[in-house]
Design a protein around this ligand. Sequence first.
Ligand SMILES: Cc1ncc(C[n+]2csc(CCOP(=O)(O)OP(=O)(O)O)c2C)c(N)n1
Ligand SMILES: [Mg+2]
Length: 566
Amino acid sequence: MTACPTVRLTMAQALVRFLSQQRTARDGREQALFGGVFGIFGHGNVGGIGQALQEHRAALRYYLARNEQAMVHTAAAYAKMHNRLRTFACTSSIGPGATNMITGAAGATINRVPVLLLPGDIFAGRRPAPVLQQLESPHSQDVSVNDCFKPISRYWDRITRPEQILTALPEAMRVLTSPAETGAVTLALPQDVQAEAYDYPAALFEPRVWTIPRARADRDRLREAAQLMRASRTPLVVAGGGVIYSEATGALRAFVDATGIPVAETQAGKGALPDPHPLAVGGVGATGTRAANLLARDADLVIVIGSRLSDFTTASKTAFQREGVRFLAINVAELDAFKQAALPLVGDARATIEELTELVAGYRVGADYTSAIAALQADWRAEVDRVTTQSAVSNQQSAIPQAQVIGALQEALAPTDVIVCAAGSLPGDLHKLWRARDPKGYHLEYGYSCMGYEIAGGLGVKMAAPERGVYVLVGDGSYLMMAQEIVTAVQERIAITIVLLDNHGFASIGGLSESVGSGGFGTRYRFRNAKTGRLDGKRPLYVRHCRDGYAKYICRYIGRADIKRK
Ligand SMILES: Cc1ncc(C[n+]2csc(CCOP(=O)(O)OP(=O)(O)O)c2C)c(N)n1
Ligand SMILES: [Mg+2]
């Protein structure tokens, strides 16, 4: 027997070399899993992962981000834009650098989007403890701030010996590339262990392809589903992000063209049936269209495809009111497929829609339902035109209404351009008003609705799809929370357009506060008033009169240090 060949590397060198060799494949299309590594160095990673990234920079590109939370958002947006087939790794120091990634990690996991997080960790050898930024615990030495990643990671591990990556890395890759399990994967890397050498088997660094399966639903349940459909007179499809991730938009179109079933969309699913289409009725639920919500109210069968059925989608379980309404759910994740006591079809959206289409051949909704759908759609289109066009502005108004900014962008953007948004009042308006003409044209982070995702996310979208125009729509509150990745975009000469909507505070939460009787307390940007002692003084920002057009609000960062105003 000959000994298996080995390569002597530090743990960090081995990790970086391994990551550069991982690939994904779906439907015969193969690509590198990692687009690169974002990082911010500190004493917890500069000597280990930092050295390894410098050495392997030709195989895996390093990107310098400005904030650790933001770099996770950028990685998540990149992964979402790639339908979860590609992502980024993120390296941080120990302590605050690591915990800054927690919000991004939670967002990725909640949105079911893969990101690989590599926070530095305290010395496994412990002798210098407590090191700078170390959390000390009186009851255990086996505790660090990185334990906070456990509930928000789909896989979590701490590498306390260099050889542990031999078993940890395959698990990390399995989870990252699993359509049902994916989310944040955290490998906490003690700073001493990063730099410890080990004789790794050379086979670890062979290229490895992770094939993304198209899981098939149970045959018997598929037949049951077909029976349910044949008995239905007023079915409605609720299309979620899973339709887009699975690249099932063509299959969905064929399914509804054959059956006449209307399609309502969640935030993540918007664009699943691109506009215009006679059966596209727009957003559903709390922020949905009247057309979709009236159809939802009366539907006798709700066919949920690739949705988590959050409270916004179901309007806190009030959207579907018909007595005896049944749910049929197609989802790769059991957790989602079983919600609302649905008949669960656990499988890939595209494969399952295709099989179901065959099983219901000949079924079509009645002509009365078809004409009701057409009338509701026409009504809603007219309403959108009314609220988004210039004619609705009164001459007295000093500021352009948000709906008209949306209307102007709708007119100006190419169908393949991408709008990016996450929190505030914009997501609700966009869900109702935006007409997504391309499955990847509407990029909303509305699982975590994290203020600050917008610009960092826009950067990730553009990195994933450089050929598309990327337009970040961001409220002033969200902008002030996290805008620094503009500098990263300039550094990388990546052009994104940022549309900033300044309404002097948290209009969305202000409205909510008014509606619960709190009068907008604590939601408006005002100077502290010396007379009252409250935040009801002057507005800190000069109110801009912009009757002459929305374009003033659009700044284009063109990938050089200069900023051009349109
Ligand atoms: C990180 C984070 N903190 C707090 C919230 C709660 N929240 C939701 S919307 C909002 C206000 C957003 O303000 P802005 O971006 O200006 O949008 P607007 O509501 O004015 O449209 C807040 C505070 C959140 N979603 N994310
Ligand atoms: Mg605001």
